[in-house]
Write a protein that binds this ligand. Sequence first.
Ligand SMILES: NC(=O)c1ccc[n+]([C@@H]2O[C@H](COP(=O)([O-])OP(=O)(O)OC[C@H]3O[C@@H](n4cnc5c(N)ncnc54)[C@H](O)[C@@H]3O)[C@@H](O)[C@H]2O)c1
Ligand SMILES: CC(C)[C@H](C(=O)O)[C@@H](O)C(=O)O
Ligand SMILES: [Mg+2]
Length: 358
Amino acid sequence: MSKKILVVAGDGIGPEIVAEAMKVLQALQADGSIDVSIEDALIGGAAYDAVGDPLPAETLEAAKASDAVLLGAVGGPKWEPLHISKRPEKGLLGMRAGLGLFANLRPAILYPQLADASTLKADVVSGLDIMIVRELTGGIYFGQPRGVETLPSGERKGVNTLVYTESEVERICRVAFDIAMKRGKKVCSVDKANVLECTEMWREVAVKTAADYPEIDLSHMYVDNAAMQLVRAPKQFDVMVTTNMFGDILSDCAAMLTGSIGMLPSASLNADGQGMYEPIHGSAPDIAGKGVANPLATILSVAMMLRYSLDAPAAADRIEKAVSQVLDQGLRTADIMSEGMRQVGTAEMGDAVVAALS
Ligand SMILES: NC(=O)c1ccc[n+]([C@@H]2O[C@H](COP(=O)([O-])OP(=O)(O)OC[C@H]3O[C@@H](n4cnc5c(N)ncnc54)[C@H](O)[C@@H]3O)[C@@H](O)[C@H]2O)c1
Ligand SMILES: CC(C)[C@H](C(=O)O)[C@@H](O)C(=O)O
Ligand SMILES: [Mg+2]
C-alpha cells in the first residue's frame, strides 16, 4: 500500500539538501523499491514569510495525515526574534509537539572512510557507533513558566523551566532500553542530578524502569562529564539517553566525531511509529545558496524513514550502502574534505548517491 510522505524543506540549506534526498526517494520509487506519494508544505521562516505563521495549520494537519515527514532545516537570522520561531506551539517545536514525537534517535556513526575528517585520532574513533536517544517533547524546551517580563524596577527577567513527569522519563528510557537490547545492551543515562532535582528524579526513574530490563547494563553520568567523555573516549558509549536540551548539545558534539554535522541523520518518533526525519544540523545560513552543503545527513535521514516508518528496511540498507560507496569513490563535500579526495558540491554528491543505488 502506498505510504504518504510530507516534505517540509524549510529555510537556508533546507531546500538544497532536501532536493538531493528527493532524488534518492524518486530513484527508489522509479525502480519499484518503494511505493510512496509525496506532498510538500511550508514550515519555518519560509512559511512565516508566505502566510505569517512558521507552522501553518495546514502543514500540521498534512503532517498528521502522513506516515512520515521529511524536514530540511528551519530558521535563520531573519526570523530569530523570540515571538516568531521559539514559542513551543510554533515552527519546528510545534511540529514535534503536535505529532507527539517524544523519541529523538540520533545515531553517531563514523564511516571508516571519514576517519581523517573526525576531530579525533583514527584509533580513538574507529568503529564508533553511538545511539543518542534524546527526549524531544518535554524538558526546558516546553516547561512553564517561560518568557521574559519587565519587573517594576524596569529590569527584565527571563525564565525557562525544566519540567519532566515520571511517565515522560519512563517512556524515553524504555525506548533507549529497547534499542540497546538490539545493540550492545549498554545504556548511559545523562543527567545533572547533582544540581537539578528534576534530573535527580530522571535518574531514579531510569533505575526503576531498568528493573524490567535485567540484561541492560545501565550507568549514569553528569552531562558535563559526558561531554568530556564523548571527546576523550567516545567508544565507551553504546546508547545514551538524556533530556531534550542535553541531547541537543551532546549530539552536535558527537557529530564532530563522525567527521561533520553534515553526516548525522535523525528520527523523531511518536508512540504510533509515525516519524519526522531530519538532519540534526540547522539551516546553515553561512553556506546557504552556495551549493556546497553536505546532503548526506538528509539522505541518511531518508534511510531512517524507510526503516522506522515505511517498513522498507531493504531500501534503507541500499541507501546506506550507496553513501558508503560514494565515500569509497573519494567524493567529499567541503565539510568532510581531506587530502587526496575529490571535492564536490551538494547536487553532485546527491547524484553520486543515486548512481550508486543501482
Ligand atoms: N532542525 C533544525 O531545523 C535546526 C537545527 C539546528 C539549528 N537550526 C537553526 O538553524 C539556524 C543556524 O543555526 P547554527 O548556525 O547554530 O547551526 P547550523 O547547524 O545551521 O550550522 C552550524 C555550522 O555547521 C555547518 N553546517 C551545518 N549543516 C551543514 C551541512 N549539511 N553541510 C556542511 N556544513 C554544515 C554550518 O555551515 C555552520 O558553520 C538557526 O536559526 C537555528 O535555530 C535549525
Ligand atoms: C532549531 C532547534 C529548535 C533544534 C533543537 O534545539 O532541537 C535544533 O538545534 C535541533 O537539534 O534539532
Ligand atoms: Mg541542535
